[in-house]
Design a protein around this ligand. Structure first.
Ligand SMILES: [Zn+2]
Length: 490
């Protein structure tokens, strides 16, 4: 008998230190239903594309509802309530299902609920009952909670940063669910919280300390009976009780063996913790040590991918002060974008850009509606971008600035190219991210320099004030954790 499987999701990384919250209107604008979901993800590298493409032809696969929002502050309660109603209604009205394939981030929070993903998944579990299989794909930056683990049957997190394996992980979850449906097997999830956070500079997965840890996760994933293996880095820019790392293995084989594998990864992770706290260069030091060719300067404190507003002028200001004319930067500044677009190409304007306010004289080089496409590779596989009304400016001091109407993930150089700018024409390229720009910008730069800037996504977590985080938590404290598998409660 053919299986009915629903595909749905809600994806938001909530930085509780960020000022801009998600409103109900934001949710409404980002919500997609049914066939529109498949159309939007066709040919993409996303989780949803992975689910839809890997679903066997014998299934009746039903795209239900999907909402993805650019990282920013937490959701306002009406926005969170709307998400919950949409997901639960879609599952109820579209059902019954044998399984659900669900895309969550794992670090969504509302101003009332610090574990929004766990709350949503638990609500869906309560609605569908214990027998429907729930396959869940999570971001590497998920703050995975006990409630979330206990509501799921299969959990897989990205293993790359920048996240270029979203589609692969989703296909893995789909195949795991397929096997369990075919054979009537109930998988088992083994998880171990690791009380540590990782500074963003240590979060890349192609270098130490994460590379060897992810290699261990790869090994565990290929072990007999293991359906999925993940080491979550957690999302430290959230002042919630569940921030931190977690090892999560889904197995249909011997649970004791899976527990041993999980303990091995957790111990290796804990042993590497001293390498989780690297320091970055100040803007002045970064500009003082430039090599030949093009240098990509990554603005750690204004990292859009972790919820920052994308409007900080600190790197641009430093480039102007240093007389670095061949510089290009992107700023989310709706007022400047609209003024420049209205003035038209060739206009010369006096503008104040971003925060802290930077007064400039600028010539408008190009204007656009801010839409562009990148066929990849890009972070999380995104293909279509919409930055709203945008303009390319040339400052009287020589630098080029793209001003756009809203922050978009800095994961595509097409944001520059669509406005006639190319990274290779510049000595300095400033991007508002840490890992997310690398897949697309990296090939256009000779050097990559991470810059220690202030902001709601600062590298140095001691710049932020936490009131609700767990204690003890490395690097704030250095506990001696048991690192034993948690007993599953469901
Ligand atoms: Zn992430």
């Amino acid at each position: 008998m053919s299986s009915r499987v629903g595909v749905l999701g809600f994806f938001h990384e909530s930085n509780t230190f960020a000022g801009r919250h998600v409103t109900e209107a934001d949710v409404r604008a980002a919500c997609r239903h049914g066939g529109a979901i498949a159309a939007e993800h066709a040919g993409a590298g996303t989780v949803v594309a992975g689910y839809l493409d890997a679903a066997p032809k014998s299934w009746e696969t039903v795209p239900l509802v999907y909402v993805e929002l650019v990282p920013c502050g937490p959701l306002e309660p009406p926005a969170a309530a709307r998400i919950e109603v949409m997901l639960r209604t879609a599952v109820r009205d579209g059902g019954p299902f044998d399984a659900l394939l669900i895309c969550l981030h794992g670090s969504a929070a509302s101003t009332m609920e610090p574990d929004l993903d766990g709350a949503l998944l638990a609500a869906i579990r309560a609605d569908v009952g214990p027998d429907v299989l729930l396959g869940v794909t999570l971001d590497l930056h998920a703050n995975v909670t006990t409630r979330l683990v206990d509501a799921a049957d299969v959990i897989a997190g990205y293993r790359t940063n920048p996240h270029i394996d979203a589609r692969v992980r989703a296909a893995e979850v789909t195949r795991a669910i397929e096997g369990c449906l075919e054979e009537g097997v109930r998988p088992s999830v083994v998880d171990i919280p690791v009380p540590a956070t990782v500074h963003i500079l240590a979060q890349g997965t192609s270098t130490a300390p994460m590379a060897p840890l992810m290699a261990a996760v790869d090994d565990a994933a290929s072990a007999e009976g293991v359906l999925a293996a993940s080491l979550f880095q957690g999302f430290p820019w959230a002042d919630t009780p569940d921030i931190g790392m977690r090892v999560v293995l889904t197995t249909r084989g011997d649970r004791t063996e899976a527990e041993q594998l999980a303990v091995g990864i957790a111990q290796q992770c804990w042993g590497a913790r001293e390498d989780f706290v690297p320091r970055a260069l100040s803007p002045r030091d970064a500009l003082g040590a430039l090599g030949h060719g093009t240098t990509l300067l990554l603005d750690i404190g204004d990292n859009i991918g972790a919820g920052a507003p994308g409007n900080s002028t600190r790197l641009l200001h430093a480039a102007i002060d240093a007389g670095e004319r061949a510089t290009v930067a992107v700023l989310a500044d709706p007022r400047a974008a609209v003024v420049a677009a209205a003035a038209g190409v060739g206009a010369v304007l006096e503008l104040t850009l971003g925060e802290p306010p930077l007064p400039v004289a600028a010539t408008v080089l190009a204007i656009s509606d801010g839409r562009y496409e990148d066929t990849g590779p890009t972070h999380v596989g995104h293909r279509y971008f919409d930055a709203g009304t945008s303009a390319a400016l040339e400052l009287s001091t020589g630098q080029h600035v793209v001003v756009c109407s809203r922050p978009v993930m800095p994961s595509s150089v097409q944001q520059l190219r669509a406005l006639g700018l190319h990274p290779r024409d510049h000595r300095l390229v400033c991007a508002k991210g840490v890992h997310s720009p690398l897949a697309s910008y990296g090939p256009h730069a000779d050097h990559v320099v991470f810059v220690d800037t202030p902001g709601v996504t600062a590298n140095d977590l001691s710049r932020l004030t936490y009131r609700n985080r767990p204690i003890p938590l490395f690097p704030f404290e250095d506990p001696d954790p048991a690192l034993t598998p948690r007993k599953r409660t469901r």
